[in-house]
Design a protein around this ligand. Structure first.
Ligand code: ADP
Ligand code: MG
Length: 386
């Protein structure tokens, strides 16, 4: 979506960022931490900087908002040389979100989010309205969360507040430094989905730092793979990097097995999902037992009248039952059809479950995914020679 005119609300579309031979030499360090990095970050895109720990990702990112001053080189933001902009003014125009959210522990959620609007001198009414709007935007109910303190939130909720705070003053540029590094894989996948949804609405220019190539593939419109001193080893779309890594270092980073990368590029909805055996509450236990037997399946999914999965019922549980109502066990972990296969595998492995139910965008039953389905997708062509 590049047509900014079709976006609604007061959202500002992002601006281009250009790094031109940007270098950082820390005092008393023989080699520069970042050495002559040049790159153009297109307006309205998510560019992910990915590379091993210590390669200079944070230093590079912080030179964009001048939390770190470059030793040499130029950063241009929306056509303006960042060095000529007052540093405080510059930072108020750039959202910044970091690992563990970086919230002020002694301020409520609302006051954390209001930090930059407050500095910008917005009046209280506008700040209060904006705070609630931001909470809703990141999926937190304002009434429940605005007066809480950060310690009263889960890690994932803190990250959401961190993103809300970064977005509060509607900056055209967002810098995110391993923002989801401290949360569990399931929450991370949710936050990534949320960020992509937000970006679909907002169209910011987002620079996102991670050391996780899978995260880079999922989030990036473009990925810059960085080596020592932030040297750019490859800067391209995820698909182009996966298809043709520039060198062995990039290939190593992309993953030992090229096939594994398909997991990050395909979503569950692309698969021919197993529909299993389903029933509705009106189905009799005997009918369902017959269906399970005919399909040679150990369990069935019971759907409600809107086709949403409610419970799993095993053949054994059917034996002495009069009706399906309340029978069986809750459906367990579900996955949206737009989850990548990589996320799905992570969820199945983390949850130690062999299968999960997949839901379509309306929340209706779409089928079942198993670890085996995903592993089959990993190496579909690797068949043993006769
Ligand atoms: P990354 O974010 O990729 O892990 P950093 O940008 O934090 O990398 O660090 C890059 C290099 O610069 C590392 O070798 C690190 O030790 C060094 N470095 C970072 N901050 C400082 C500092 N304030 N003073 C001296 N060296 C630093
Ligand atoms: Mg870092």
């Amino acid at each position: 979506m590049t047509d900014t005119d079709t976006r609604t609300g007061d959202a500002v579309s992002g601006v281009e960022i250009v790094l031109d031979r940007v270098t950082k030499r820390y005092p008393d360090q023989a080699a520069p931490a970042v050495d002559e990095v040049s790159m153009t970050i297109p307006a309205g895109q998510i560019v992910v900087l990915v590379g091993p720990s210590g390669c200079g990702k944070t230093t590079t990112m912080r030179m964009i908002n001048r939390l770190i001053e470059p030793s040499s080189g130029t950063v241009t933001i929306g056509g303006r040389d960042a060095a000529t902009i007052d540093a405080d003014e510059l930072r108020r125009g750039i959202g910044y979100s970091i690992q563990q959210a970086g919230l002020f522990p002694h301020l409520t959620v609302a006051r954390n989010i209001a930090t930059v609007p407050g500095l910008l001198g917005w009046d209280r009414k506008r700040i209060a309205a904006r705070t609630d709007e931001m909470l809703s935007l990141v999926g937190l109910d304002p009434g429940t969360y605005r007066d809480r303190y950060p310690r009263q939130l889960s890690g994932g909720q803190q990250q959401r507040v961190g993103v809300a705070r970064a977005l509060a003053a509607d900056p055209p540029v967002l810098l995110m430094d391993e923002p989801f590094g401290a949360v569990d894989p399931i929450t991370r996948a949710l936050l990534q989905d949320e960020l992509l949804r937000l970006q679909g609405e907002l169209g910011k220019t987002i620079v996102f730092v991670t050391h996780d190539f899978g995260e880079a593939v999922k989030l990036g419109d473009r990925i810059a793979v960085l080596g020592d001193r932030s040297r750019i080893l490859q800067y391209d779309t995820p698909a182009a990097i996966l298809a043709a890594p520039a060198d062995d270092t990039v290939a190593g980073f992309v993953g030992a097995t090229p096939a594994i990368d398909r997991l990050g590029l395909a979503v569950l909805g692309d698969l021919d999902l197993d529909r299993g055996v389903t029933a509705t509450p009106g189905t009799t236990p005997a009918e369902l037992a017959t269906a399970l037997g005919a399909a040679d399946r150990p369990w069935a999914v019971v759907l409600d009248d809107r086709h949403r999965p409610t419970r799993r019922v095993t053949a054994g549980e059917l034996a002495h039952a009069d009706s399906l109502t309340g029978l069986g066990t809750p459906i367990g972990v579900t996955l949206p059809a737009d989850a990548t296969l990589q996320d799905a595998l992570a969820v199945l492995l983390t949850d130690r479950t062999a299968s999960a139910v997949v839901l379509d965008t309306a929340g209706a039953y779409a089928g079942i995914v198993t670890v085996d389905t995903l592993i089959a997708h990993l190496a579909p062509t690797e068949t043993a020679p006769a």
